[in-house]
Design a protein around this ligand. Structure first.
Ligand SMILES: *Cc1c(COP(=O)(O)O)cnc(C)c1O
Length: 465
């Protein structure tokens, strides 16, 4: 009974701790309000424990708490997962020219919706419309928050209260609750699914077309492939059919690349220009997948249809801000010089990165990791298979090189998991993957090797048991 009371008496006042030398730097750095709150929290915690302590110890504790609170919640990480466009790690890295453009747009008033020639109100989409038309061959273009929004806006504009005809083989789920049937119902469109999972014929489309049809939707099955006994109706044939029945053909390309990927040693993915040339009236695609820009949804196609999209009040709720527009414009400009894309656009720089680069990185990283982890862990390099990510080229793999960390003997699995957790708690978290009995760090996306090695300075291998 006596003991906690005695301890309580020993707790210093908030003011005493605040005035202590050990906290002076933190008060100056984080401000008095935060410092008072931290000291109160530390003292309240001590009171609960019934513990005592001296002023300097409480001050140090409060300083540590302030420091921890000041860490941003959105942290940079080393993406060593082998997936270049990792949705959970933020997809595409932005090109330097786009970053500069974003900074200028953030710091300044900009002519966002202002026609500098006539001094009148302008349209924000005008800023990138010509570039998009040039790069895709489309008549017109508009942009929204992301590709999910693009699909939603198209469905709501042309199929509200009408049928949206789509093959059962293309009723995709992208992840993060983007399911085509759900988007349809939210858009007010009636899903008219036709054909079967593996085979859909022209006669299925013909049978579904009626005066209730709003549009035909073709969806690029971006994150899976149906192989074997399959049949789909090509875009050209579908376009002819749609036009015969006076409904638009919409092609949701998903990733939608603007260049032929074979340039970078990858397999061909349908380009936006190809989809336009095949006769789609509208094509939708993402900004932060293979295009390598910020999160955006692009819709390109016929002028009369784009005008209708722009008049839908939903467009206002889905529009992008000046910062993103600045980034989009700068990113699209890079495509005017496709020969230097791999140099200027991080997405293609990483996708096209030669294996010898990864070997070079491994040569520097392996000995340091081995040294920090000690001889119980075996650090080697192994060939591995990475991927593009974000649903592009889902069955293609990128031949890559990984640092592999493994352990001999029993209980190795638990220690590897522990090590993986430890690495995710470093100042710059390192994210890899556990495959079979090894922790793998794919080196394709490791460019800042000095930063990576410096980050390992505080790494301690987890103990056994
Ligand atoms: C990724 C994808 C979407 C969603 O795009 P976001 O930009 O992530 O909103 C829609 N359709 C397809 C086919 C996709 O691959």
């Amino acid at each position: 009974m006596d003991k906690p009371v005695a301890a309580l008496r020993k707790l210093p006042s908030v003011d005493e701790v605040l005035r202590s030398d050990a906290l002076a730097g933190s008060v100056a750095q984080f401000g008095r309000t935060s410092a008072v709150a931290a000291v109160r929290a530390v003292l309240a915690e001590a009171r609960k424990r019934g513990g005592a302590g001296d002023v300097a110890a409480f001050a140090r504790e409060a300083a540590a708490q302030l420091e921890a609170e000041a860490q941003p919640n959105l942290k940079p990480v080393f993406n060593l997962t082998g997936t270049v466009l990792h949705t959970n790690l933020g997809r595409a890295l932005i090109a330097e020219s786009a970053i500069e453009a974003a900074i200028i747009a953030m710091r300044n008033a900009v002519a966002l919706e202002f026609d500098l020639g006539g001094g009148r109100r302008g349209e924000r989409d005008e800023l990138v419309r010509d570039l998009l038309c040039e790069l895709t061959g489309a008549e017109d273009a508009t942009i929204v928050n992301n590709n999910a929004a693009a699909v939603l806006l198209v469905l709501n504009t042309f199929a509200k209260g009408k049928d949206a005809i789509v093959s059962r083989g293309e009723l995709i789920e992208i992840g993060g609750a983007f399911r085509m049937p759900d988007i349809m119902s939210r858009a007010g469109a009636k899903l008219r699914e036709i054909g079967t999972t593996n085979r859909t014929h022209k006669k299925d489309y013909v049978g579904a077309l009626s005066d209730k049809s709003g549009l035909i939707l073709k969806v690029h099955t971006s994150n899976y492939r149906i192989e074997g006994f399959t049949k789909e109706v090509g875009a050209r044939e579908l376009a002819a059919l749609a036009h015969e029945h006076k409904v638009p053909l919409v092609n949701d390309l998903g990733s939608g690349t603007l260049v032929d990927l074979t340039r970078f040693g990858l397999k061909h993915e349908p380009t936006v220009a190809e989809a336009v040339a095949e006769g789609a009236d509208l094509v939708t695609f993402s900004g932060d997948k293979l295009l390598g820009g910020p999160q955006t949804g692009f819709i390109v196609g016929r002028k009369a249809l784009i005008e209708k999209l722009n008049k839908n009040p939903m467009k206002r709720a889905l529009r992008v801000d000046k910062i993103r527009l600045a980034m989009i414009e700068a990113t699209l400009r890079l495509y005017r010089d496709p020969d230097r894309l791999a140099e200027k656009l991080p997405t293609y720089r990483l996708l096209a990165r030669p294996l010898k680069d990864m070997h070079e990185v491994a040569r520097r990283v392996v000995p340091v990791l081995q040294d920090r982890l000690g001889a119980v862990f075996k650090v080697t390099t192994v060939p591995c298979a990475g991927q593009v990510g974000s649903g592009a080229l889902p069955v293609e793999t990128l031949p890559s090189l990984a640092v592999s960390i493994s352990l001999e003997g029993r209980g190795g699995g638990r220690r590897l998991t522990a090590l993986s957790n430890t690495l995710r708690k470093l100042p710059v978290p390192v994210v890899g993957r556990i495959e079979k009995d090894a922790l793998l760090f794919d080196l394709r996306c490791l460019e800042n090797v000095d930063g990576f090695l410096a980050n390992l300075a505080t790494l301690k291998a987890p103990e056994a048991g």
